[in-house]
Design a protein. Structure first.
Length: 129
């Protein structure tokens, strides 16, 4: 009896099952950022547009990513959570990065740059590894 067709079928099934398992564990490049936004009179409330850009230093320096804009972000009692996705390119092993954030009330003409920039720590950089 020839077992080649059965062996081939078993190999194909094994590859199909293994490929689904490996993609089920795939990790995207987006990360969650939680922040607090204050106005002159206290914690912000309402809808804001937010921008996020990665820089190579904590002040001045050069942008190492495109700017990501999250429009119509809900802010309640100053608190907000957004997903930010720069892709994997800016996250190089050992390169320190700082996140610069801009905010404006929904639909306003210009963004106000918030200070200071926030250090990006190991969790987003781990997606590169």
């Amino acid at each position: 009896m020839n077992n080649k067709p059965f062996a081939l079928l078993a190999l194909v099934l094994s590859c199909a099952v293994n490929s689904q398992i490996s993609t089920a564990r795939a990790q995207g490049t987006a990360f969650s950022y939680q922040g607090r936004l204050n106005t002159v009179s206290g914690p912000a409330n309402g809808t804001y547009d937010l921008t996020f850009t990665l820089f190579n230093t904590n002040a001045t320096g050069s942008a190492v990513s495109a700017t990501v804009t999250n429009t119509a972000t809900s802010v309640s009692n100053g608190l907000f959570t957004v997903a930010v996705d720069f892709g994997s390119a800016p996250f190089k092993l050992g390169q320190p990065l700082w996140l610069e954030i801009g905010a404006r009330t929904n639909g306003a003409a210009t963004f106000s740059t918030l200070a200071p920039r926030q250090a990006v720590l190991s969790t987003p950089i781990a997606t590169y590894a």
